[in-house]
Design a protein around this ligand. Structure first.
Ligand code: PHB
Length: 391
């Protein structure tokens, strides 16, 4: 059966949903095709730090009410090195803050808003295949409940993540890929215990990196650097809490509240950029085009800035017939992506234990951290990037 829409969006993660909402607000029809169920998408636990620009876009999409009620405004972070904590005060350094609100909640709010206005999302759409985007009549074909469907459209937005079909549908020769895979991962635990501190603590320790984060005043999110080959099953709760405590300063260790984990997962760390982000009438956005290691909390925020540029380009196309924004999309998005890639790589290099860096590398890392916490100029550079560079 053939249907039509203006923009076919592949993927109902935050990038696809946010794009869909911004386009609907501008009167542009769209259909979202999602391989998984709604529950599966909402079961994925991801990071939780939103830049002010991302908060602004969620507001613009009309989906910010619960975020403003339940999100936690953070004016700084703490860095722990040599067993001592040092605060980086974003408010003082750059006059900005960030919002701690889980990506899962952002996704839920966007899904609810979309369902509320009856905009179409096809969950469990299988074999989704974008085609014809080199010409003027792109099509996305898919299977749903065993029946074959075709969705004709003006444009396709590939918002289907790193493993999605959108980027993979492009001939390899048309893509340039830049990649770094780190030799370690993050073991993450979510637990219904009060957060250790009212701000995030990023820990550099001889045993490896650790991060103390949160989702709410009663729900904490902790990570420790682990070997890339580790499995969650190797880490019963007691072992996790014990290892985390060993990486904290004694005061933090004494205050750590522990409890049964609600979720436990291991994420590999990767830096990845594929360009360009546009192929005729197919546009990639978010993780479909780039991945950052989570150390800078940039993944969702980059998806949001891509969506901002793409929505602007599409809205101008339909309102005034100008394709200048669409033509500039890939270059604009990639310019911001690379700056966030640099920051995420730098935060990762600064805070993790690298088994091959040797004693010299360890001293350089500590010297850089000490410079950072002792120099207003250096701390300002961190703050400026952490709260988010302008769109
Ligand atoms: C999280 O809360 O999951 C989180 C926070 C900051 C990061 C990464 C993850 O840099």
């Amino acid at each position: 059966m053939t249907k039509r829409t203006q923009v076919a969006i592949i993927g109902s993660g935050p990038a696809g949903l946010l794009l869909g909402q911004l386009l609907l607000k501008a009167g542009i029809d769209n259909v979202i095709l999602e391989r998984h169920t709604r529950e599966h998408v909402l079961g994925r636990i991801r990071a939780g730090v939103l830049e002010q620009g991302t908060v602004g876009l969620i507001d613009e999409a009309g989906c910010g009410r619960r975020m403003h009620r339940e999100g936690l405004i953070h004016h700084g972070i703490e860095l722990s090195l040599r067993g001592q904590r040092h605060r980086i005060d974003f408010n003082d350094l750059v006059g900005k803050s960030v919002m701690v609100y889980g990506q899962t909640e952002v996704t839920r709010d966007l899904m609810d808003a979309r369902a509320g206005i009856g905009a179409p999302t096809e969950y469990e759409a299988l074999n989704v295949t974008p085609s014809g985007y080199d010409g003027t009549q792109p099509i996305v074909s898919y299977l749903k409940d065993g029946a074959a469907h075709e969705l004709g459209c003006d444009f396709i937005a590939g918002c289907d993540g790193f493993h999605g079909v959108s980027r993979h549908s492009v001939p390899e020769s048309a893509l340039t890929v830049f990649e770094r895979v780190y030799p370690f991962g993050w073991l993450g635990v979510l637990a219904d215990v009060r957060p250790l501190s009212h701000e995030l603590i990023y820990v550099n320790h001889a045993r490896g990196f650790a991060l103390c984060s949160m989702r709410s005043p009663t729900r904490s999110r902790y990570y420790i650097q682990c070997d890339a080959s580790e499995r969650p099953g190797h880490w019963p709760d007691d072992r996790f809490w014990e290892e985390l405590r060993r990486r904290l300063d004694p005061e933090a260790g004494a205050q750590l509240a522990t409890g049964p984990s609600v979720e436990e997962s291991i994420a590999p760390l990767r830096s990845f950029v594929a360009g360009p982000m546009r192929f005729g009438r197919l546009f990639l956005a978010g993780d479909a085009a780039h991945i950052v290691p989570p150390t800078g909390a940039k993944g969702l925020n980059l998806a949001a800035s891509d969506v901002h540029y793409l929505a602007e380009g599409l809205i101008a196309h339909y309102r005034s017939g100008s394709d200048a924004g669409l033509n500039a999309y890939s270059a604009r998005a990639l310019a911001r992506v690379w700056k966030a890639e640099r920051f995420s790589w730098w935060m990762t290099s600064l805070l993790h234990k690298f088994s091959d860096s040797g004693a010299f590398g360890e001293r350089i890392q500590l010297a850089e951290l000490e410079y950072l916490v002792g120099s207003r100029a250096a701390a300002t550079a961190l703050a400026e990037n952490y709260v988010g560079l302008p769109f």
